[in-house]
Design a protein around this ligand. Sequence first.
Ligand SMILES: [Zn+2]
Length: 307
Amino acid sequence: MAYIGIDVGGTNLKAGLVDENGTILAVERVPLDFQGAESFAATLADLARKVMGQAQADYVGVGLPGAVDGGHVRFTTNIPMQDVPLETLFRRHLDLPLLLGNDADCAAVGEYFGGAGRGTQDFAVVTLGTGVGTGLILNGKLRCGDASSEGGHLTVVHGGELCNCGRRGCWERYASATALIQQTKAAMDAHPESLLHTLAAQQGGVEGRTAFDAAQAGDETALEVCRMYVEYLADGVVSLVNLLRPEAVAIGGGVAAAPEALLLEPLRRIVETESFACHGGRSTRILRAERGNDAGIIGAAFLGRVL
Ligand SMILES: [Zn+2]
């Protein structure tokens, strides 16, 4: 049995043929050049056909940044699509069911079948990027559809920073890569002597990794930025753990590549002491997501097994 998943990113469409074990056997990619929903559906069908080759598939799975409802796109955040019957358009070109998923959900499904979540039944992925994405697998099923989880908008600071969603103090305003970059820049303004300035100049600007790189070199300002950032990250993770008591939470996105000693180790310590897991019962493992950008393709391909 082969599975086909397509990951709709900000700049590319990537399609993969995936086997039962979550191994990607073939990949096709094209730049995202959105010319309307009709041609977008044709491009998806084209990619699916190319990657499928001689293999047989029961459906095509697609992960999109936005909200979906069955084969219907409610809205997308990087492409102008709203209330589009994408499956209907797609089937004019390729007569297979089209399963749609939110991209953070697909990342969770990809890790569940092919990465950090293997062997669990209750599992969460927290993706640290422009925002904070959450994907939840509960009892082996994806918490999804038009009720996709939005853990990035848990309130961690009452009356705090204004979020794109219109509310204040959302977790993603403090724990996303975007927030980390802002925190790094604020620390640089206050500390002209910090190594952060040198590294930022070398890297062509402040990135998510700048603070972790400088912290690893022993820079006090950067160590403090990282310490605060991990505390914000932990605020939301502790809430997720207390609410869901999953077997594992995997941290993904670019920031997750930070050195273990500066990110995951302190995060684990805080979750252990601050979550109710410290009172006994099942404790939650805090892991690094394993499949990087591939999780989106694998998750889209396996959507049919978790919906
Ligand atoms: Zn928000």
